[in-house]
Design a protein around this ligand. Structure first.
Ligand code: SF4
Length: 125
C-alpha cells in the first residue's frame, strides 16, 4: 500500500510517500532526514493523538471548560475517550492543569483542564 503524508516533526514539513505492507514500512521517499522515517513508522504502526475537547461545568462562570489528554493516546481509542469526556461534568472551581477524568477508556492518559475556572459569583459578579 502507499500513503502520502506530511512529516510534522519540524517546521520544514516534508511531503513524503510511504510504501508499506501490513505494519511493515518498505520505503519512505521525500523525507529530509531520518526523523521522517520514524514519523512514518509511528503513523502507520501506532498513530497517537492528543485529544482536545470540553467538559461540562457545574457552578462555573462558563458552561464548559477546555480539556486535553495529558499525553497522546492511540488513535484507535479516541472515540471511547470522547464518549467519557462527553458524559463527564465537573464542579467549579477548576485549576488549570487539574485532572478532571482519570484514565478514560483505560487509554493511559488523564484528561486535564487547559484553563482555570472560578465559581459563579466569586470575582466581580
Ligand atoms: S523529514 Fe526531517 S526535515 Fe523533513 S519535516 Fe520531518 S523532521 Fe523535518
Amino acid at each position: 500500500m502507499k500513503k502520502e503524508m506530511i512529516c510534522i516533526r519540524c517546521p520544514k514539513g516534508c511531503r513524503m510517500n510511504v510504501e508499506y505492507e501490513n505494519e511493515k514500512i518498505i520505503r519512505v521517499t521525500g523525507n529530509g532526514c531520518k526523523k521522517g522515517e520514524a514519523y512514518a513508522f509511528d503513523e502507520i504502526v501506532k498513530p497517537m493523538r492528543i485529544v482536545t475537547s470540553t467538559v461540562r461545568v457545574v457552578g462555573g462562570r462558563l458552561p464548559v471548560v477546555p480539556v486535553k489528554t495529558s499525553i497522546p493516546v492511540r488513535r484507535s481509542i479516541i472515540f471511547p475517550v470522547m464518549q467519557e469526556i462527553y458524559k463527564a461534568s465537573v464542579k467549579a472551581p477548576i485549576k488549570e492543569g487539574q485532572v478532571l477524568i482519570k484514565n478514560p477508556a483505560d487509554c493511559g492518559a488523564d484528561v486535564v483542564a487547559t484553563l482555570g475556572m472560578e465559581k459563579t459569583g466569586t470575582k466581580d459578579d
